[in-house]
Design a binder for this molecule. Structure first.
Ligand code: NAP
Ligand code: MG
Length: 498
């Protein structure tokens, strides 16, 4: 992992940081055509960081015109893969060189601890661009086994103009998972970051230009989902829309495609993952720690959060005791303090939504710890790590995605019930299972309906592995070589040999 130099005082650094809130279209910073902006508010203390361009359909149209022109004249797609690789490698370098600035922007904008932005978000983003850059000049196409007088080739071609719509929980990483493979194979992009976290996307586009990405290839259109997002979804000249966000909005994206040009759709949506600890787990300490981090990391704003802790009856008390100890140690703190493990929730609206779930949890289960908003005098948005016991899997807090530091503990008897409960969900993003019996682990992994299964660990991550969901957690996969499937069309060419 790349080492990033730590400035001594992040609060001081934040004071002198220059922040750009304009969109980036055709190689230029631009205001929204309407001139409208919205406040970019930091959930750390409620301060206004800057004004961000509130783009609408007119701006999306301009970005698509630029992206289409870049695609059609081949200024990027037409380069040999090794040349595209060089530009994306340079971008990865620039991301690292500007690591402190990007990490600080991310933390100020959406409230995650600076230690996480620095040690996870920035290195993972750089690594993602580097990995797809390295991959793209090693992809070979196919020749079909046809008759001798026929040459049938199966080639991958870039899709064209890709719309990319991302959420706010890992703003840079979520964007990079889509941009890196899509750009590597030659597409042009119109990216809409979440309204709560526009800043690093804008900065990334400028760094990409500095790295040598031709103008018009990567456009960032800031603004609200119902304006800029919907305009991307419904656009007649966008060839594919690749979305990460909630299941509810993912369904709109499918509808937009159907209502417009049947554009290709990739969806990475919500989750309500079951994290199972079985009675024969030999290391309850490690399992409890993973269970706690699996829900409290990133303030619980994790699509793959192990939000339902499914405990085998014989070990439940022991595990709960340890989880509560970890919860005590993860009290929310100032995200700019490098020792803080749990930062601010993304904004006031989301804080209220999580507090509403906590209120309904109090009606349907037993609150063991947490449940309160704290640090209110800072003007920021902070919620204590919260654990509910005696939760029925039918309860609202067991079925709906909370996207906050709220854990629901469900007790079961044995592996079969554990798997049944884990699978009783509209979601299927991730699942976890702990046991000292490898046969049990393997069979459980096969039986769990989830795109990712963690056995004797949780939240393991590497760009080499696919990520995405079964059921209403999505369609398609990010990461790994499989991601190229989303951003390419397969073409069969028949050549008759005379
Ligand atoms: P969200 O509300 O669904 O928003 C996601 C993005 O869609 C934002 O950019 C949003 O814009 C935009 N959007 C909203 N309404 C839209 C519409 N009608 N048309 C087009 N775009 C629209 O999700 P979020 O609250 O940002 O993020 C949390 C969700 O993301 C959770 O459900 C989480 O599980 C999911 N997530 C999934 C993964 C995964 O890999 N499966 C990873 C991370 C997060 P505005 O916010 O600006 O309005
Ligand atoms: Mg913000």
């Amino acid at each position: 992992m790349t080492k990033l130099a730590n400035p001594v005082n992040w609060v001081e650094h934040a004071r002198t940081l220059s922040i750009q809130g304009q969109s980036f279209i055709n190689g230029q910073y631009v205001h929204a055509a309407s001139g409208q902006t919205f406040d970019c508010i930091s959930p750390i203390d409620g301060r206004i960081l800057t004004q961000v361009a509130a783009c609408t359909q007119v701006d999306v149209d301009q970005a698509v015109v630029a992206a289409r022109a870049a695609f059609n004249d081949g200024r990027w797609r037409g380069l040999p893969p090794a040349k595209r690789k060089a530009v994306l490698l340079r971008l990865a370098e620039l991301i690292e060189q500007h690591g402190n600035e990007l990490a600080l922007l991310e933390t100020l904008d959406m409230g995650k601890p600076i230690r996480d932005s620095l040690s996870i978000d920035i290195p993972a983003t750089a690594r993602c661009f580097r990995w797809y850059a390295e991959a793209v000049d090693k992809l070979y196409d196919e020749v079909a086994p046809t008759a001798q007088n026929i040459l049938a080739t199966i080639t991958r071609e870039p899709l064209g103009v890709c719309g990319v719509i991302v959420p706010w929980n890992f703003p840079l990483i979520m964007a990079a998972w889509k941009l890196a493979p899509a750009l590597a194979v030659g597409n042009s992009i119109v990216l809409k970051p979440a309204e709560q976290s526009s800043l690093t996307a804008i900065r990334l586009a400028a760094l990409a230009a500095e790295a040598g990405l031709p103008e018009g290839v990567l456009n960032v259109v800031t603004g609200f989902g119902v304006d800029a997002g919907q305009a991307i979804g419904l656009h007649e000249d966008i060839d594919g829309v690749f979305f990460t966000g909630s299941t509810a909005v993912g369904k709109y994206i499918l509808q937009y495609s159907a209502q417009s040009n049947m554009k290709k759709v990739g969806l990475e949506c919500g989750g309500k993952s079951g994290h199972i600890i079985l009675a024969d787990c030999g290391d309850l300490e490690a399992a409890a720690e993973a269970a706690a981090f699996g829900i409290f990391f990133n303030q619980g704003e994790m699509c793959s959060a192990g939000s339902r802790l499914i405990l085998d009856a014989p070990i439940r008390d022991a595990v709960i005791e340890k989880v509560l100890q970890f919860a005590q140690q993860m009290q929310p703190g100032d995200p700019l303090d490098p020792t803080t493990r749990l930062g601010a929730m993304v904004d006031q609206t989301h804080t209220e939504r999580v507090m509403d779930y906590i209120a309904s949890g109090k009606q349907e289960a037993e609150l063991l710890v947490g449940g309160k908003q704290v640090r209110i005098d800072t003007g920021g948005c902070y919620i204590e790590p919260t654990v509910f016991d005696q939760v029925s899997n039918q309860a609202r807090i067991a079925q709906e995605e909370i996207f906050g530091p709220v854990l629901a503990v469900i007790t079961v008897n044995g592996v079969e019930e554990a798997i049944r409960v884990a699978n009783e969900s509209i979601y299927g993003l991730a699942a976890g299972v702990w046991s000292d019996n490898v046969n049990t682990l393997y069979q459980a992994a096969r039986a769990l309906k989830a795109g990712v299964v963690y056995a004797n660990c949780y939240d393991a991550d590497d760009i080499t592995t696919p990520f995405g969901g079964y059921k209403q957690s999505g369609i398609g996969r990010d990461k790994s070589l499989h991601a190229f499937d989303k951003y390419t069309e397969l073409k069969t060419t028949w050549l008759k040999i005379r």
